[in-house]
Design a protein around this ligand. Structure first.
Ligand code: GLC
Length: 534
């Protein structure tokens, strides 16, 4: 087990800094707020914190529009606060992962201000500028992720610039070596300040077709998908040259010792795997969003994606699983509150590094936000795609602002926060939080779970997804009942009996008689089989 790195054995926890803890009473979270909650994170048992962007930014996309990569937004604090945060986190054994946003800068970044000032400016080529098409139209048909064309007209120089997201997020030109050097300089700056790695924003989009060719329509598009999905984005993303860039980032990371690179890559499994790099010289963990993208949570479908993903992994590629993040509906809302525990058991018992979204450990759900209050740029013109509901403040206690702020929270707080909060749940033995902590504890102390192999088990029943995790003779069987019926299951491997380590309902432990197991509706069980040699 000891040959595994911290990012293989550990659990990553994502903090959306605006929403975690506000130390100043201005309604928006900050770094000192996080520092004040580090004891909680240590108690929870996670190993690394990934922070969504904390850099200076006009906040057009809440920090994913960076105007200075080597400082901290005053709203979040100062570089000194950041240094203290790293020190305090490290003192507790927690790693710090920053969000790196290479695809675009804010249009207010000095680089872009220079670039747009004239066609002959030395930074002109740092961004992607194009003339109108011959018929005076847009340079090509690429769509922006936030709706509308991905080109914005610039009056001063009479050209369009590319923005794959908001017009206030101008795409950098990664074909320009100066851009690469400047951005690698940013990574160095933070490595030297002690960060343990980066989550790389939209890695697969960073470099585009040199000729800016039109994307063909996507024949699989279905209504309900975002306009971004109308096209098969073969020319605007996932270009072969991207792997050269990840390899360069990897080389740099490796030169600083045990750092981790996690790539945000929304691609089908077969294309995702290339991001490990041909010689495993790409990112350590291309984010695996299969559990986020899965629409229909039944045992068969979950098993299928797990098996497909496992089978597709390159030799030596370490798996990872993500259940929620700031861009998607929360798991408790996506698949129902009753099944949220089952989903967490799955996340924390599958093979590979799990990423947990803040608040999911207490079962936070999406908060409905009226249309006129939407602040997410993706939701302003397309309310159905707003990401605000999953970004609401962390619920610490039952006080009016949930212990998040003494001011006016930047997004509304869930109406039922008096029940769903850390303080209440840390007192309740059967709470979601208690359950989550047991899962983490078990994962930590059982090599079978943290580093062991994965094998699906034929449960002989469609409602159940079961698998075995095994390491040096330690065998743990996980059986998850995705149906609302009590279901009996015959787990051959557990036939010899065993010991129940944990139930989603937190009311069953102890010896398990050989034979059939009964799982209640939406119950998951973890069983240590008698075959354990240890
Ligand atoms: C990523 C981020 C998302 C952001 C986008 C543009 O997908 O997760 O929040 O809007 O990139 O930076």
């Amino acid at each position: 087990m000891d040959d595994k790195k911290w990012w293989q054995k550990g659990v990553v926890y994502q903090i959306y800094p605006r929403s975690f803890a506000d130390s100043e009473g201005n309604g928006t979270g900050d770094l000192r707020g996080v520092i004040s909650r580090l004891d909680y994170l240590e108690w929870l048992g996670i190993d690394a914190i990934w922070f969504s962007p904390i850099y200076p930014s006009p906040m057009a996309d809440f920090g994913y529009d960076v105007s200075n990569y080597t400082d901290v937004h005053p709203m979040f604090g100062t570089l000194e606060d950041f240094d203290e945060l790293v020190e305090e986190a490290h003192r507790r054994g927690l790693r710090v992962i920053l969000d790196f946003v290479p695809n675009h800068t804010s249009d207010e970044h000095p680089w872009f201000v220079e670039s747009r000032s004239s066609k002959s400016n030395p930074k002109r080529d740092w961004y992607i500028w194009a003339d109108p098409a011959s018929d005076e139209g847009l340079p090509n048909n690429w769509e922006s992720n936030f709706g509308g064309p991905s080109w914005t007209w610039d009056e001063t120089t009479g050209q369009y610039y590319l923005n794959s997201f908001d017009p206030k997020q101008a795409d950098l030109n990664w074909r320009n070596p100066e851009v690469r050097e400047a951005m690698y300089g940013v990574m160095r700056f933070w490595y030297e300040r002690g960060v343990d790695g980066f989550r790389i924003d939209v890695l697969n989009i960073v470099i585009k077709d040199e000729e800016l060719r039109d994307n063909p329509p996507d024949p699989n598009w279905k209504s309900g998908d975002t306009p971004w999905d109308w096209q098969s984005r073969v020319y605007s993303e996932d270009r072969p040259e991207v792997h050269e860039i990840s390899a360069e980032m990897r080389e740099l990371a490796d030169s600083y010792g045990e750092r981790v690179l996690i790539g945000e890559v929304y691609l089908p499994i077969e294309r995702l795997m290339a991001y490990y790099g041909e010689a495993l010289d790409g990112v350590h963990l291309p984010f695996n969003f299969q559990l986020i993208l899965l629409e229909d949570w039944n045992a068969g479908k979950v098993r299928r994606i797990v098996d497909e993903y496992e089978a597709a992994l390159p030799e030596g590629g370490w798996p990872n699983w993500v259940l929620g993040n700031h861009d998607n509906s929360r798991v408790a809302s996506r698949i129902s509150p009753e099944r949220a525990r089952l989903a967490q058991m799955l996340l924390l018992t599958l093979r590979g590094t799990p990423t947990v979204y803040y608040g999911d450990e207490i079962g936070m759900h999406d908060v409905e936000i009226s249309e006129h209050l939407i602040v997410d740029p993706r939701g302003k013109d397309q309310p159905e795609f707003s990401r605000d509901p999953a970004r609401t403040p962390m619920q610490w206690d039952d006080s009016p602002n949930a212990g998040f702020t003494t001011g006016d929270p930047w997004l509304p707080i869930a109406g039922d926060h008096a029940k769903i909060n850390v303080a209440v749940q840390s007192e309740e033995p059967g709470s979601m939080l208690a359950f989550f902590r047991s899962l983490i504890r078990l994962r930590k102390k059982s090599p079978a779970l943290s580093v062991g192999s994965y094998t699906a088990i034929e449960a002989g029943n469609d409602a159940i997804f079961a698998y075995m995790r095994e390491h040096e003779g330690q065998q743990i069987v996980v059986a998850l009942n995705f149906s609302e019926q009590t279901t009996r299951v015959d787990l051959t491997t557990a036939k010899g009996g065993g010991k129940i380590l944990c139930s989603t309902h937190l009311d069953r432990t102890g010896a398990l008689e050989p034979g059939q197991l009964e799982l209640r509706p939406y119950e998951g069980l973890m069983v240590l089989t008698d075959s354990e040699k240890a």
